[in-house]
Write a new protein. Structure first.
Length: 181
């Protein structure tokens, strides 16, 4: 039986999702089933507190949740707001790739030895897959793969376990409403 007022904002990815009692990797609980509808009610860094239709709640890696499309706006509500513009990330990918290409060309031309090439490219991480109108980009700043449809992007797969990005001892809390961020 569904909790009154339950409105899913996300679904669990098709491979399921680990869950925790609190936003602490040391306190695991039962994993969430694949494609389970959930409502994201709070965010703390990478952690998300989700509510299931039966009233059960858990903390998950919110970056892995798949957003449920919202109903289209009604006439007269103004232009659609775009979220997470992919252009700045595309520009960072282009700069990183240009730097790598310049080092590779200098290596091929004999102006750089293997050690110099290693030094210039050490730590460079670039990832992009373009498939028609869709693109998957590696976001080195946030250590995650994102999916973009040209107008907006969302997390596709994070590299690590969730953590709160804040000063030690305090994780910022963001209350998430169905119509909010």
């Amino acid at each position: 039986m569904a909790t009154p007022g339950f409105r899913p904002t996300h679904v669990v990815p098709q491979h399921g999702l680990s869950a925790w009692e609190t936003p602490d990797p040391e306190r695991p609980t039962v994993a969430l089933d694949a494609l389970l509808p959930v409502q994201l009610v709070e965010r703390r860094g990478d952690w998300g507190h989700v509510l299931c239709a039966n009233g059960w709640s858990a903390w998950v890696d919110a970056r892995c949740l798949v957003a449920v499309p919202q109903d289209p706006p009604t006439a007269g509500t103004g232009p659609l707001a775009r979220t997470a513009d992919p252009r700045p990330l595309l520009a960072r990918v282009e700069r990183a790739l240009a730097g790598y290409r310049a080092a590779a060309e200098e290596l091929a031309a004999g102006g750089l030895d293997g050690e110099g090439f290693h030094a210039r490219t050490h730590g460079v991480r670039v990832g992009i897959v373009v498939d028609g109108e869709s693109v998957w980009l590696y976001d080195t700043e946030h250590e995650r793969w994102v999916y973009a449809d040209g107008a907006r992007m969302s997390t596709y797969a994070p590299d690590d376990t969730p953590h709160a990005r804040a000063e030690p001892g305090h994780a910022p809390t963001q209350v998430v409403t169905p119509d909010g961020p």
